[in-house]
Ligand binder design. Sequence first.
Ligand SMILES: Cc1cc2nc3c(=O)[nH]c(=O)nc-3n(C[C@H](O)[C@H](O)[C@H](O)COP(=O)(O)OP(=O)(O)OC[C@H]3O[C@@H](n4cnc5c(N)ncnc54)[C@H](O)[C@@H]3O)c2cc1C
Length: 262
Amino acid sequence: MYDFEYHRAASVDDAKSKFGGADDARYMAGGMTLLPVLKQRLDQPSDLVDLGDLDDLRGISEDGGNVVIKAMTVHHAVNTSDLVRSKIPALAHLAGTIGDPMVRNRGTIGGSLANNDPAASYPSAVVALNAAIHTDQRTIAADDFFEGMFTTALDEGELITGVSFPVPEAAGYMHFPNPASRYPIVGVFVAKTADGARVAVTGAGACVYRVPEMEEALNANWSPDAVAGIKVSADDLNEDIHASAEYRAHLVTVMAKRALAA
Ligand SMILES: Cc1cc2nc3c(=O)[nH]c(=O)nc-3n(C[C@H](O)[C@H](O)[C@H](O)COP(=O)(O)OP(=O)(O)OC[C@H]3O[C@@H](n4cnc5c(N)ncnc54)[C@H](O)[C@@H]3O)c2cc1C
């Protein structure tokens, strides 16, 4: 680990001001990704601005037809929330599949979305449910937020404050986990929304993506059978020691079918 200055922010404004006053700062939520990255000397920030005291950024509420989850809410809280379980059970289920108990008690939805790991679970829910990401500056639509591997639409120093998930008519999530880390090798979130069916895939490519041919089939027939015969292309999919691109493509169909059955 390289040396850095450590700050605890007292408010969102204080976090912004400490971030802006530093040479090359990073926000820290639960540190679940950031601290391993620093330990391995893969990043060398001048300052860390810890968001851990910002209770205003924790909590889950209902607002109109949306479930609103604030950025510092940990995965365990999403998994065990009565509101999420009753309104969007697939989202509560997804949160319960993330990592292990320590990760679920420290890792946050804001940190996960800002980091945009290609295998992160939440981006599939955010895209399939057509959620909106709120920051200290603006609201960003899910389809515009995830730009590529570890890259998002966030500007330098822009802070995620929460996410609004429209309550769908139906939704399901299923993933095929890496047996060691529990990250999805492939995860598929399906949702029947006010704008029609949406299918979002994580783990398979460089970044979460939608599957238009499955969405079209589900708009005609919302059932596992509708996607069973759809084979997605393996072009540009990830390939590593865990799974080939062809195997990941196969898993997209299998996980979509299971998510619909769930
Ligand atoms: C062993 C292990 C297994 C895991 N398995 C899974 C899994 O199965 N699925 C999955 O999705 N994830 C998994 N994770 C990741 C986990 O879900 C964390 O949510 C993720 O690592 C982010 O951690 P964090 O919230 O503590 O953010 P941090 O590590 O503190 O920060 C991550 C990044 O986000 C930035 N950031 C944090 N908060 C904000 C904010 N509010 N606004 C703007 N930028 C912000 C930070 O500057 C940093 O760049 C795993 C992690 C570990 C260590």
